[in-house]
Design a protein around this ligand. Structure first.
Ligand SMILES: C[S@@+](CC[C@H](N)C(=O)[O-])C[C@H]1O[C@@H](n2cnc3c(N)ncnc32)[C@H](O)[C@@H]1O
Length: 325
């Protein structure tokens, strides 16, 4: 499993950019940017190098953790998946590229694209000293036009990106991303009802075009969850001192809620059920909420079934659960 915390090389690159950068200035900029996101706006408020750095400081650790958790789930289901080429759509500061490079040592070719100049410049500065990533290709431009010109890749990722484009455009971009996917497309969004709704719409649209779900769902059918419930997961990450200062946070960790879907061209052979919440443990039994190939299930594992109970105690929200467990 790849760690959800930023790799040492990336932390060092960020730290060196941060030298001499006022934390209160960064906090002010990060707050303006996050208010814009909360108000349904996009990354348009990120205009300067200082804005991009403030965004990276405040949000990159969490989006990195969410992408890594999604990639870990994919790698767990497909241990033989060894992508060579990556395409990171709406790459921003390069978050998903760093996460994919950490997860898949097979990756040798990295193409990123984004319309935001400040984030692109920051991404290029961050990879400059990296052995693995110093040679990335970062295309500048709107996703639709840039995707049309880009080569296909084994792994295509859009992380925290599709929420910045309108509904009709989301469908067009989803189709284009799928057309550029030789093997697997991963889309990650905030773990809110609206983030989930975007994932579920893209999922249905691409299944109709022949895609199969590798994770998190153990089926290609309709999502069994009914509103107000929604499918999302949670990843804990450590906060650095600078991260805490910029967020005005008091605890040295945060839990990032995210929704995701990994879609493949060829169906995955075995798709295990998945835990949709942290199981509830009491003295008598463990109750687990599972998405199964047959739909939603609340499984109870009694304490007296010692081996099963011991196994179920290790279950964590988001884990796959094999049939025999
Ligand atoms: C919230 S940021 C996420 C960045 C990065 N993927 C991450 O996970 O940290 C969204 C990114 O999508 C890019 N973006 C949004 N709409 C776009 C479009 N139509 N074409 C290209 N890039 C776009 C923004 O410029 C921004 O860099």
């Amino acid at each position: 499993m790849t760690s959800p915390d930023l790799p040492t090389e990336l932390k060092a690159a960020l730290d060196s950019k941060l030298r001499g950068f006022s934390r209160s200035d960064a906090a002010g900029r990060a707050s303006v940017i996050s208010q814009a996101y909360r108000g349904g706006g996009g990354s348009g408020t990120i205009r300067t190098e200082a804005d991009a750095l403030a965004y990276a400081l405040a949000r990159m650790p969490a989006t990195y953790a969410a992408v890594t958790a999604s990639l870990n789930a994919l790698a767990e289901i497909r241990p033989d998946f060894a992508p060579k080429r990556l395409l990171d759509v709406g790459a921003g500061p390069g978050t998903a590229t760093w996460a994919a490079a950490e997860t898949f040592s097979s990756l040798a070719n990295f193409t990123l694209l984004d319309a935001n100049d400040a984030l692109r410049t920051l991404a290029q500065n961050l990879v400059r000293g990296s052995m693995r990533l110093h040679d990335i290709a970062y295309e500048r431009g709107e996703a639709r036009a840039a995707l049309a010109k880009t080569d296909a890749a084994d792994l295509v990722i859009a992380s925290y990106m599709i929420g910045e484009i309108g509904d009709a455009e989301q469908r067009a971009i989803a189709e284009l991303m799928w057309a550029k996917t030789d093997d697997t497309l991963l889309v990650v969004e905030p773990g809110t009802p609206t983030g989930y709704a975007r994932i579920i719409a893209l999922r249905a649209h691409l299944i109709a075009l022949g895609a199969h779900v590798a994770a998190p769902c153990p089926h290609d059918g309709k999502c069994p969850l009914q509103p107000p419930d929604w499918c999302h997961f949670s990843q804990r990450l450590q906060r650095s001192r600078a991260h805490m200062q910029v967020k005005g946070a008091e605890v040295p960790f945060e839990d990032e809620r995210f929704s995701y879907v990994a879609l493949t061209r060829v169906p995955v052979v075995q798709r295990p059920s998945r835990l949709l919440a942290q199981p509830i443990v009491n003295k008598v039994e463990i109750t687990a909420k599972l998405c199964t190939p047959e739909g939603l299930a609340f499984t109870k594992v009694p304490r007296r079934a010692k081996a099963d109970y011991a196994r179920a105690r290790r279950w964590r929200w988001g884990d796959p659960v094999m049939e025999e467990s």
